[in-house]
Design a protein around this ligand. Structure first.
Ligand code: ZN
Length: 848
């Protein structure tokens, strides 16, 4: 073997994409499992496709033997580095055999093959396979697999169909990132599904013994997802078995490995006693998401990682459609937009902004972002709006037909819609290339029976991008008269120029309902009168915009209270009360309408408006507003809460969940008036985790000194419930106590930073759950976060890189806080042997 120096961490560019000179068409793997010395024998069927050397990826492993076409490979035929194996003079077609040793027990990065609670499992996306064996670890190399697992464990799983115990064959060519293997002491909840093509599919949800009673909802969600994808997209499942496995130590939500989805146990296990309505909804959504990947991701995958949104944006869009069908359009859409604004708009406005299809990266794991996923989904939604439901269906059908079995690009995807509909999507493609949230200024004019709307779009500068071209912005709009009657139903106008006008002949100035259903991921800037907003809140036919009008009123009040000390007016409070008490309106909708903009949402909006946000003031004003709302509703709270009771056994359905959601919100208001008396009763009486958590949060808010201990005594045996305990305490601590409490909790016997759920619960409980606490003017919150990032980085860099994004809003704040945050970011950046993951993140955040 020749010597070579290890690779540097370098930037990878989309423009440098080149296909491999030698590909792999079949992989035969034998894994003899052992915690410290797992033997992996790989037999790769290789074929030359062009000139050049074959460079295989491999890291954290010891090469024991290597052979080509059955003969040991002489040392001068290959070169080994810490991350690659280069074959010199590879023939046109050959079999490469390697034998390596790895130590899954020592793998704390949770990427590749690792152990969780005595069970072996894998996570290969994006580049984990290279920690299992030498291989072309990139998505455009698609191979069939035969896998043999040797271990003295009852359950041995891999992709495809089981041909004998521990032996699996996957007939569908797939990239390495979709490989998976699980071995352990697991029990299955079985089910079956018959596809529209008549294929009998055995379904299993695998969990640790003792957890079987918590799998029913995941199984039910899976069956409904399979039926939905057949009905709505015409996509059927393609193997005889579909396995889901729940793993306690998992860096992300879940993973769509072919035929063997692996899930964070948080997104599988649910019972009324342990999971909240939000947990149930997440399970349904994520089970659907991973299942939908079977077609959008697996059968058709990405050519390279720059195309990640090809599978993720589309699959998120599909899971959002599914959840809308399962739970109701309005509440689902409002929830999705809240999430988009909270995470993606924030990302797009800061130093980590990047296009939906990035053009470069250092560490691909840093690009599993809200922009790729959530903005990526919005882009698909806009495409559907622009080509119409029928054009969208045709384009999708063409995509599935034309590209089945291929590794594709955004260009391939868009060409299907151009070919199916005849529309030119060249300008639309800018949504993939230009980062930043466009702002749309709307000004209204009315004179002589002509109503005119002037529109102007501004696409802001983002890191590495300035002077952007105008985008295609689909604006769904309708018009109401001042009495609230709709005078024009929804029509879509595509704004394609930097500025444009729309005119309508009308007898009087109408009330404009624009961006209905949130038809584009933009920030609307419009000086709409309170009277118009109140009309929309009361009467708009578009439920999203009804909510949005209420939101705009609330935000306006809060912003003015923060910046000008303005009080809260009766017109607004009266409208809120009318909505809250409107027995004819959907409780879930009323709960959403009663929720004030979050602290971070306000900080973001203040910053956009050119005001330096003060976290303590935002916190105080939000509380003051809540108190005023509580006082306004004082006499209604008890009867309203009683009306929201859901008698009978707990059912996670959306209707009951909506009632509990409104009930919980009302309890929150009541707590402002009675100091926690009602919440104390509700806590004692709760027979499900949704009600219990609602009451628990209220009691923490009023500083109840015993409830944390009671909760712990009742639930210390349950890992997922204890995550809630860690998170809620920190999130509901008074701002000046939050960091101290978080710090004390890190010394709790059950705080295990190597468990991603636990680490995230505590850290995000502070950084996301308690902004005023995290931004303590002394800087203790920043130091606390930086210390924990540095502590965990050597073992789990994906986790620390992700949690470091809490710093991404640092330039919004006052000079003192900025200096404190910058100092921590610089301290991290200056730390020796920082991971590539965390180093890329802090350097991007520090770049001007
Ligand atoms: Zn996904």
């Amino acid at each position: 073997m020749r010597d070579a120096t290890p690779e540097q961490t370098e930037t990878i560019y989309l423009k440098d994409y080149a296909p491999v000179p030698v590909t792999v068409t079949h992989v035969s793997l034998n894994l003899r499992l052992d915690p410290l010395a797992t033997r992996v024998r790989a037999k790769l069927t290789c074929e030359r496709r062009g000139a050049g050397e074959m460079v295989l990826d491999g890291e954290m492993m010891t090469l024991k033997s290597i052979a080509l076409d059955g003969s040991p490979l002489p040392d001068d035929r290959y070169t080994l580095t810490g991350t690659t194996l280069t074959l010199h003079d590879a023939p046109d077609a050959f079999i490469l055999e390697t034998e390596v040793e790895i130590a899954p027990q020592k793998n704390k990065a949770l990427s590749g093959l690792y152990m969780s609670n005595g069970m072996y499992c894998t996570q290969c996306e994006a580049e984990g396979f290279r920690r299992i064996t030498y291989m072309l670890d990139r998505p455009d190399v698609m191979a069939t697999y035969d896998v043999e697992i040797e271990a003295d464990l009852p359950v041995l799983l891999s992709n495809g169909d089981e041909v004998a115990r521990g032996k699996w064959h996957d007939p569908w060519p797939k990239p390495t990132y979709l490989f998976a293997m699980v071995a352990g002491d697991l029990v299955a909840t079985p089910g079956t599904f018959t596809t529209m093509e008549g294929r009998e599919v055995a379904l299993n949800v695998w969990v640790r013994p003792g957890d079987e009673s918590r799998t029913a909802y995941a199984m039910d969600s899976l069956k409904r997802s399979m039926a939905w994808d057949e009905e709505v997209y015409g996509r059927a499942y393609d193997l005889s078995v579909f396995n889901i496995v729940a793993v306690d130590d998992f860096n992300m939500g879940a993973m769509e490995n072919k035929g063997l989805n692996i899930f964070n146990s948080k997104y599988v296990l649910a019972s009324p006693e342990t999971a909240t309505d939000a947990d149930f909804a997440n399970i349904e959504r994520i089970v659907a998401h991973e299942y939908f990947h079977n077609w959008t991701g697996n059968r058709i995958t990405c050519r390279d990682w720059f195309q990640l949104c090809l599978k993720e944006g589309l699959t998120v869009f599909r899971d959002q459609q599914f959840s809308q069908d399962a739970r109701g359009f309005a509440t689902q859409r409002i929830g999705d937009v809240l999430n988009l604004r909270a995470r993606q708009f924030r990302e797009d406005a800061g130093p980590l902004a990047h296009p939906v299809r990035p053009e470069s990266f250092v560490e691909i794991n840093n690009f599993y972002t809200a922009t790729i996923y959530e903005k990526g989904a919005e882009v698909i939604g806009m495409l559907r709006t622009l080509v119409g439901a029928e054009g969208y269906a045709k384009g999708c059908a063409l995509y599935f037909e034309r590209h089945d079995g291929q590794a594709c690009t955004i260009e391939d995807w868009l060409a299907c819609f151009e070919d199916a509909t005849g529309q030119d999507l060249a300008q639309f493609k800018l949504w993939y290339a230009q980062a930043g949230t466009p702002r749309v200024e709307v000004t209204e004019h009315f004179a002589d029976g002509i109503y005119r709307i002037d529109l102007r779009q501004i696409v802001p500068d983002t890191p590495g991008q300035s002077d952007k071209a105008p985008m295609v912005i689909p604006l769904a709009l309708g018009l109401l008269d001042t009495a609230g009657r709709e005078v024009r139903g929804t029509e879509v106008h595509a704004l394609t120029k930097a500025s444009d006008s729309l005119t309508f002949d009308l007898p009087e100035k109408p009330v404009l309902s624009i961006l209905r259903g949130f038809s584009a991921p933009v920030i609307l800037e419009m000086a709409q009168t309170d009277a118009d907003k109140l009309t929309l809140l009361a009467h708009d036919t578009d439920p999203f915009n009804r909510w949005e009008a209420g939101r705009a009123l609330a935000k306006d009040r809060l912003m003015r209270a923060i910046t000008e000390d303005a009080g809260f007016d009766d017109a607004w409070l009266g409208a809120l009360a009318t909505l809250a008490t409107d027995a004819g309106a959907d409780p879930a909708f009323r709960a959403l309408a009663l929720a004030l903009p979050s602290q971070d949402d306000l900080a973001q909006s203040l910053h956009t408006a050119g005001v330096v946000p003060d976290p303590d003031r935002i916190y105080a004003i939000r509380r003051a507003a809540t108190l005023v709302i509580a006082e306004t509703l004082r006499d209604d709270l008890t009867p309203l809460r009683e009306a929201m009771a859901t008698p009978g056994a707990y059912d996670p359905n959306a209707t009951d969940a909506g009632k509990r959601s409104l009930g919980g919100r009302l309890l929150g208001l009541q707590t402002y008036l009675d100091g926690g008396a009602a919440a104390g009763l509700a806590y004692d009486m709760a027979d499900n985790m949704t009600d219990r958590m609602a009451a628990f949060s209220c009691l923490l808010d009023v500083g109840d000194e015993t409830v944390a201990h009671r909760f712990e005594t009742d639930w210390q045996h349950d890992r997922l419930v204890m995550d809630k305990w860690f998170m809620a305490q920190v999130a509901h601590a008074a701002p000046r106590d939050a960091v101290g409490l978080a710090d004390r909790l890190t010394r709790h016997k059950d705080f295990d930073p190597s468990n991603p759920n636990r680490f995230r619960a505590l850290i995000a409980g502070l950084t996301a759950g308690n902004p005023a606490g995290f931004h303590d003017p002394s800087g203790v919150g920043y130091t606390f976060l930086a210390n924990w990032l540095l502590f965990l980085d050597p073992s789990n860099p994906q986790m620390t890189a992700r949690m470091s994004t809490a710093f991404d809003g640092w330039t919004r704040y006052d000079a003192d806080r900025q200096a404190l945050m910058r100092a921590e970011l610089e301290r991290i950046a200056g730390t020796e042997s920082l991971s590539r993951d965390l180093s890329e993140m802090v350097n991007r955040m520090l770049a001007p």
